[in-house]
Write a protein that binds this ligand. Structure first.
Ligand code: PMP
Length: 340
């Protein structure tokens, strides 16, 4: 019999899917790692697993204990699902601006959800700081312990990606991967996969794809953390060098505006039958940019981080798209809704 012993064993080993149109347009083989096929449906199931295993191995919590985290949503969904599989309970702190679908998923999975106003990291009430204080307060009363997962600055996140995700990519491409590109939330995915692939290959090129509103593109291109503009994408857009990013530098860095990433998300539905979230659009645009730098004939891998169903009320909602001055794809336009 072939089965996963628990949900935990079903994390990872996601397929690589060739993105036909991006590949045709660049002459490269552009492959998307289908992270939405993880059990709680995003790349952050991996980080949730690495962080829980780290907390348990340090003895920071025991079965029945509490795991507390500040998240844009996907890490919270992963922690809630995998936490239950480990016999843990979860408390999730999210900025209230994040999609209703992600908040509903956190609640549906049995976690306690605390919504806080979206304020910058420098503000002590930012969701990251809020979740740390909440974990400290709960640790005083929880008999089995309460731990702050700390996905941004706990390098168990990056190291787990180096050990597992990078190895999957290496194996799935028979070591032929020439480039990897990803956007950054914590940096665990990009820096971890860079570590793992660079240990395997001297020639592999690593690229950052950054949305406006983030500061990393300016940092890697000009040495200054500087932000301008904004983005509707969720889960990415970092303003500081997290511990997971320390010691890391990409070979290339690209800034991808919503006017490029969101139409790509819509195009992917029509061209490939793939429905993904906004960060995957940034990643694919980044993969196309890297393909143009490297030239035809290369193998480039990127992440399809989560499903578009997590953003139905935003990226697939004509009213939302119109409010952000983003193009509405023909098949979503209200006037075409009932025409075959
Ligand atoms: N895309 C989405 C949809 C995410 O939720 C996240 C994580 N916040 C990322 C990309 C970025 O991953 P990482 O935290 O590993 O940088």
């Amino acid at each position: 019999m072939a089965y996963a012993d628990t949900l935990i064993h079903a994390v990872g080993n996601t397929p690589l899917i060739k993105l036909r149109r991006a590949s045709e347009e660049t002459g490269c083989t552009i492959l998307g790692k289908a992270e939405f096929m993880n059990p709680a449906q995003s790349v952050k199931d991996r980080a949730a697993l690495f962080l829980i295993e780290d907390a348990l191995s340090r003895g920071a919590i025991k079965r029945g204990g509490l795991i507390v985290e500040g998240t844009a949503g996907n890490t919270g969904i992963g922690l809630a699902a995998l936490g239950s599989a480990f016999g843990l309970r979860t408390v999730i702190v999210m900025p209230e601006t994040q999609s209703i679908e992600k908040k509903d998923a956190v609640r549906a999975l049995g976690a306690k959800l605390v919504e806080v106003p979206a304020v910058p990291y420098a503000n002590p009430n930012n969701y990251v700081h809020y979740s740390r204080r909440l974990a400290e307060a709960l640790a005083k009363t929880e008999p089995e312990g309460a731990v702050w997962a700390n996905q941004f600055d706990n390098v168990a996140n990056r190291d787990g990606h180096a050990r597992t995700t990078a190895e999957e990519i290496w194996r799935q491409t028979d070591g032929k991967v020439d480039g990897f590109v990803a956007a950054v939330g914590t940096g665990g995915t990009l820096a971890g996969i860079a570590l793992g692939l660079r240990a395997r290959s001297k020639s592999v090129k690593i690229a950052l794809a950054d949305p406006p509103g983030a500061s990393l593109h300016s940092f890697y291109a000009r040495g200054v953390l500087e932000a301008h503009g904004g983005s509707v994408t969720e889960g990415i857009g970092q303003g500081r060098i997290t511990k997971n990013l320390e010691g890391f530098a990409p070979d290339f860095s690209f800034e991808i505006p919503d006017t490029r990433s969101i139409p790509l998300v819509h195009q992917l539905v029509v061209d490939e039958g793939l429905c993904v979230g906004g960060s995957s659009g940034v990643n694919i645009a980044g993969a196309v940019a890297l393909a143009r730098e490297l030239g035809p004939g290369h193998v480039i891998v990127t992440m399809l981080c989560d499903s578009g169903t997590r953003y139905q009320s935003k990226l697939f909602n004509p009213a939302f798209l119109a409010s952000k001055n983003l193009p509405i794809p023909a098949w979503l336009a209200p006037e075409n809704a009932s025409t075959p």
